[in-house]
Design a protein around this ligand. Structure first.
Ligand code: AGP
Length: 625
């Protein structure tokens, strides 16, 4: 299975952002084709949807907030018909989920659907407003429609207009453009977001996902960064931003639909593990100021002035709690501000001490976890400043907060959280650098060093993900164990907790995590030749201490599985299995170590035949107490 994915060219899989887009130009009615294509992408998660078609009277649009069924009801009430159309399922990044922010976005004769993030949307919007443009939505996408419309009015050439407009845009996009004057044409363009073309008989498709068009054709063209495609029902022409023709091969994809939805991976969890390099890059986007060696966060976060709080209180559950715990190590060390971290279900009944001089940080992938939400309300009542770290736009916790740092992991479907966790870690380290720079507790040199180390994380992750098969081989030898012990010190202790949780959640094997130094105060009694002990021990400020703990495990015959710094012969020699991470900054080691633990848990659970995506007794979002 995994081999097949490699064949499909990785770039198509890794650079995925989560809106679903489809465009179709054909000789039959396209509305149902587009609607079914959107339904095929619904697994991605979305908060609104829309379709637009070219009719003799111009472009007609139908958009609805909420489930796809709402759009279906609307189309039944106000039917649409046409042979050229575009459709979209939206996962909000700019502008809250609503009908006006749903796509297609329109301006003049131009309609557009977009997947990605326009980084310089604020300055482009200002420039257009200065020219008298009026905006109907809060989206970054509408700005592109305005730019293309301006160009089209002067050139009356749709491809040229899209090309010129995109020269002003910075960021990522997979987009499809339709024009009222060009009923048999679509223009598609791609930069850092997935976009592929479907080659049909008397019809052509553009889509962000194979699943959307697989029902209509098995022949696909995968666009590369910078490609612009001109589609008619009879042919497809590809060029680049300079206008030079580009030649792209047609690939036949012999997949069934479910396989397509997982992009060839057997489980969403594995797909999401492999998406992490890209999601980390997306979470950095527009937030790192390399020159100034600092971090740029949204205005509402700036207004919170967390740097002047006397204390920060982080509250969360499960995996998000582990991210918060790591955040404590980072923020206290870099920003020198005291940080408390609590499990929400305990915090809410502890009559916690918190007030106006405190910052309260709620971390939640879903934004709907009941215990975390309840804690936020307590902090609100007691006057604290509220920041949410969340992955779902406009969910309950962000809506109740003063400001939100959105992780850009896109929808996470596997119950066991993976990509949301590492993007939460990225948000914690960015926040730590941000506060530290404002409190002058970190100088430019150290900040630059940290930012450089962060920037290299996606690539270092890529290298580790290539070792998935080696980890599966180790999993084969470990899956009969009845219990595991995970050990880590300092920043690696929360990673030990996360590794143990991942294994428990999906393999149903008991696992416990301990700070390595705490082992001799009890758990060392568990150690014998049957107990796998996973020790996270890369070279860092507590390496020597961890080494002695590891000797204690070895002395009692424990089965050592170690995560070490590349070339660490000493530890690898005493380990039954060892996994290497590159020499790197202590604060980025957790991003790399956790990949091994996610994959180890995944392969053990898969080899045991468990349903890795829907493990027993667990829900993706715990909305009850
Ligand atoms: C993690 O894999 C679990 N799904 C679970 O522990 C989860 O982290 C916890 O329920 C918190 O969810 P949240 O981040 O959506 O608030």
């Amino acid at each position: 299975m995994v081999q097949e994915v490699h064949l499909l060219c990785k770039s198509q899989i890794r650079e995925e952002q989560m809106c679903g887009i489809i465009g179709c130009v054909c000789r039959r009615d396209c509305v149902q084709l587009i609607y079914r294509g959107l339904a095929r992408m619904a697994y991605r998660g979305y908060d609104s949807a829309g379709i637009a078609v070219c009719t003799p009277e111009g472009i007609e649009l139908r958009r609805e907030h909420g489930k796809l069924e709402n759009l279906k009801t609307r189309l039944q009430r106000e039917p649409l018909a046409g042979c050229t159309g575009i459709g979209h399922t939206r996962w909000a990044t700019h502008g809250k989920p609503s009908e006006s922010n749903a796509h297609p976005q329109m301006y003049g004769k131009i309609a557009i659907v977009h997947n990605g993030i326009i980084e310089n949307y604020a300055e482009l919007r200002q420039e257009l407003i200065a020219k008298g443009h009026v905006f109907a939505s809060e989206t970054d996408t509408e700005i592109v429609a305005h730019l293309i419309s301006e160009q089209y009015e002067s050139s009356h050439n749709l491809v040229q207009a899209v090309r010129n407009a995109l020269k002003c845009v910075r960021g990522s996009y997979g987009l499809v453009v339709m024009c009222a004057d060009c009923p048999d044409e679509l223009v598609a363009a791609r930069l850092q977001s997935p976009l592929l073309l479907g080659v049909g008989h008397d019809e052509s498709f553009a889509a962000s996902d194979i699943a959307a068009a697989l029902e209509y054709t098995k022949d696909f063209i995968f666009l590369e960064d910078g490609d612009i495609a001109h589609l008619t029902s009879q042919h497809i022409e590809i060029s680049d931003l300079s206008g030079a023709a580009q030649n792209r091969p047609v690939k036949t994809i012999d997949w069934d639909i479910t396989k397509a939805e997982k992009q060839g991976y057997p489980y969403y969890m594995l797909k999401e593990i492999f998406e992490q390099p890209q999601k980390i890059t997306d979470t950095f986007r527009g937030r790192i100021l390399e020159e100034e060696a600092t971090v740029n966060l949204d205005e509402p976060i700036e207004k919170l002035a967390l740097e002047s709080c006397s204390r920060l209180q982080i509250v969360a559950c499960g995996t998000s709690y582990h991210a918060g715990l790591l955040g404590k190590y980072m923020i206290e060390s870099l920003a020198r501000i005291p940080v408390d971290v609590d499990v929400a279900s305990e915090y809410r009944y502890r009559d916690p001490i918190i007030g106006p001089n405190d910052g309260f940080i709620a971390i939640s992938q879903s934004g709907e976890t009941a215990d975390t939400y309840a804690c936020l309300k307590i902090a609100r009542e007691r006057g604290a400043k509220i920041l949410a770290i969340c992955n779902v736009m406009d969910s309950s916790i962000p809506r109740a907060s003063d400001a939100t740092f959105y992780t850009r992991a896109d929808p996470e479907i596997g119950v066991a959280s993976t990509k949301a966790f590492t993007t939460q870690l990225a948000s914690m380290l960015l926040l730590a650098i941000y506060i530290a720079r404002r409190r002058n507790t970190v100088d430019v040199g150290r900040a630059r060093e940290l930012i450089r180390a962060l920037r290299s994380v996606p690539q270092q992750m890529e290298a580790i993900l290539l070792k998935s098969d080696d980890i599966r081989a180790a999993a084969q030898k470990l899956l009969r164990a009845s219990s595991f012990l995970y050990l880590g010190r300092n920043v690696n202790y929360p990673i030990a907790l996360e590794g143990a949780l991942k294994l428990k959640e999906i393999s149903y094997i008991h696992a416990e995590a301990y700070p390595s130094g705490e082992m001799k105060h009890g758990p060392i009694a568990l150690i014998d030749e049957t107990l796998p002990v996973v020790v996270i021990a890369p070279r860092n400020s507590t390496y020597e201490k961890t080494l002695s703990n590891l000797q204690e495990v070895r002395a009692r015959g424990g089965r050592i599985i170690s995560i070490v710094t590349k070339g660490d012969e000493m530890l690898s020699k005493v380990s039954e299995h060892f996994f290497e991470i590159p020499e790197c900054d202590e604060f980025v080691q957790p991003f790399l170590s956790v990949l091994y633990l996610q994959l180890l848990a995944y392969h053990i659970a898969d080899l045991l035949g468990n349903d890795v995506d829907q493990p027993r007794n667990l829900a993706k979002s715990v909305t009850v107490e």
